[in-house]
Design a protein around this ligand. Structure first.
Ligand SMILES: Cc1cc2nc3c(=O)[nH]c(=O)nc-3n(C[C@H](O)[C@H](O)[C@H](O)COP(=O)(O)O)c2cc1C
Length: 199
């Protein structure tokens, strides 16, 4: 069984509709550790050594956040800046994260269509996630296709619950190694794997 570390960053979680539902009871899943970064570090004073220890203890890292200004809320960037240190995460002696998996789990106001070349944003969400993928690769981690909840503004409670159910299923399948890396490589979104599997 793989151990999953969710690093969740939402600066206004008290106003959240979608992420609140996605995270409901998620830490009760065996093997999943949930960290609410804005709760842990309201003053941005990140405990780097503790965070590094958590990373070492887990096999899969999830950067979970609402999409804000085409990126992650600032505390997650701060976490990346401080925790993924030279000679820990990258550099000649920085092999602590080698071979671990990492995935972005994102909620976005923009629809899937809005994140196409022809759409409102004229690019894929994957283009905007490139810094996360490159960061993962520099740390010798394997960056999986993102799990994305698109078009949150138009979500009713039923659609939100369906997405929460999908997220839960994806976490369990990651934990239990249900999918091969090759399968992830063949899809654009990790959500797509759930469509084709019987989980
Ligand atoms: C400050 C701010 C910036 C946002 N930037 C984007 C963005 O760049 N792209 C996008 O698709 N949605 C954007 N949104 C919409 C949020 O992603 C969306 O409201 C959120 O994912 C919904 O989740 P929640 O109910 O948990 O807050 C933004 C929202 C806020 C408040």
């Amino acid at each position: 069984m793989k151990k999953i570390l969710i690093q969740f960053a939402h600066p206004a979680f008290h106003k959240s509709r979608i992420n609140k539902e996605l995270l409901k009871d998620i830490e009760l899943i065996d093997g999943v550790t949930l960290r609410n970064l804005y709760e842990e570090y309201p003053n941005f004073h990140i405990d780097v050594k503790y965070e590094q220890q958590l990373l070492v203890e887990h096999d899969i890292l999830i950067w979970h956040h609402p999409f804000y200004w085409y990126s992650a809320p600032s505390l997650l960037k701060e976490w990346i800046d401080l925790v993924l240190e030279h000679n820990f995460a990258f550099g000649k002696n920085g092999t602590a994260l080698k071979g671990k998996l990492v995935m972005s789990a994102i909620t976005a106001g923009g629809s899937k269509q809005a994140y196409t070349k022809e759409g409102y944003n004229h690019c894929l969400i994957h283009d905007l996630l490139l810094p996360f993928r490159k960061t993962a690769e520099l740390c010798k981690m394997k960056y999986l296709p993102p799990f994305v909840v698109h078009g949150t503004h138009l979500f009713d409670i039923e659609k939100t619950k369906k997405m929460a159910d999908d997220y839960r299923k994806l976490l369990i399948s990651l934990r239990d190694d249900v999918f091969e890396l090759k399968q992830f490589g063949q899809c654009r979104y990790s959500n797509d794997l759930l469509e084709t599997s019987k989980i």
